[in-house]
Design a protein around this ligand. Structure first.
Ligand code: DC
Length: 229
């Protein structure tokens, strides 16, 4: 590859964005950044400080304390991807629980949180050669990204995938609860005031309800090779 580009991957939750993004980054020798992990880490912090729970939410307390939230990634060679570090502690596993999934969309509505994370994401991508996935990458973080993908799939397909993932991890899970979480996050992510999940005008939409990973990957990599080699 002669020129390094920026690849933005947005879309609904559990559409397999991160799996595709990781594979693409590996194939191209690019950095991969999972921005959902950053919103999840802030959510975990807010839960630990008791700023949010299922029964209460104090955004102003979190906003006043945001300067104490330090986020970074550390590459784990054996896993082949970067793990999320919150204030020097590896929280990669702790941010993937159903409790964090239930509360993260609320945290992601806070403009001050978004401002902090967007500026950190822009800094990480300033030299290009990056694949970043999230909800606002092609619209807000890197509106000039050379390649923008938007992933979708039916809520049922996505909930089934997530259910299997959590089962494989050994978690106790309930399909109905996961389906509800997927639908609720779609609703909050798409209707929030600041940076709602919308498809960028110049994004390519991928409905992968009935498409395997291999086929998706091959289509996307051939797109990259055709246009940017
Ligand atoms: O990709 P994920 O499911 O791990 O993301 C968790 C939540 O974070 C998602 O419900 C919305 C929010 N998010 C966001 O608002 N903007 C991003 N760029 C990434 C995630």
């Amino acid at each position: 590859m002669t020129q390094k580009i920026t690849i933005a991957i947005d879309g609904f939750s559990s559409t397999g964005k991160s799996t595709i993004a990781k594979q693409l980054a590996k194939e191209l020798g690019y950095i991969y950044v999972d921005t959902g992990a950053m919103y999840r880490a802030v959510t975990l912090y807010a839960m630990q400080q008791n700023y949010i729970s299922d029964s209460h939410f104090n955004p102003n307390d979190l906003i006043a304390d945001l300067h104490n939230v330090s986020l970074s990634f550390i590459f784990n060679k054996s896993l082949g991807f970067a793990e999320m570090i919150l204030n020097n502690i590896n929280v990669e596993k702790a941010i993937r629980t159903i409790e964090v999934s239930r509360l993260v969309s609320k945290i992601a509505t806070i403009s001050e949180v978004r401002k902090k994370l967007v500026s950190e994401q822009q800094e990480m991508g300033k030299n290009k050669g990056i694949v970043m996935d999230g909800r606002d990458i092609g619209t807000v973080v890197f509106p000039d990204a050379e390649l923008k993908l938007f992933m979708t799939a039916s809520a049922d397909k996505r909930a089934t995938r997530r259910y299997k993932e959590l089962l494989d991890r050994g978690d106790k899970v309930n399909y109905e609860e996961i389906l509800h979480n997927v639908q609720e996050r779609d609703r909050i992510d798409s209707t929030r005031e600041d940076s709602p999940l919308v498809i960028a005008k110049d994004a390519i939409e991928f409905d992968n309800s009935d498409m395997g990973l291999k086929e998706q990957f091959e289509r996307i990599i051939s797109l990259v090779n055709r246009n940017f080699k």
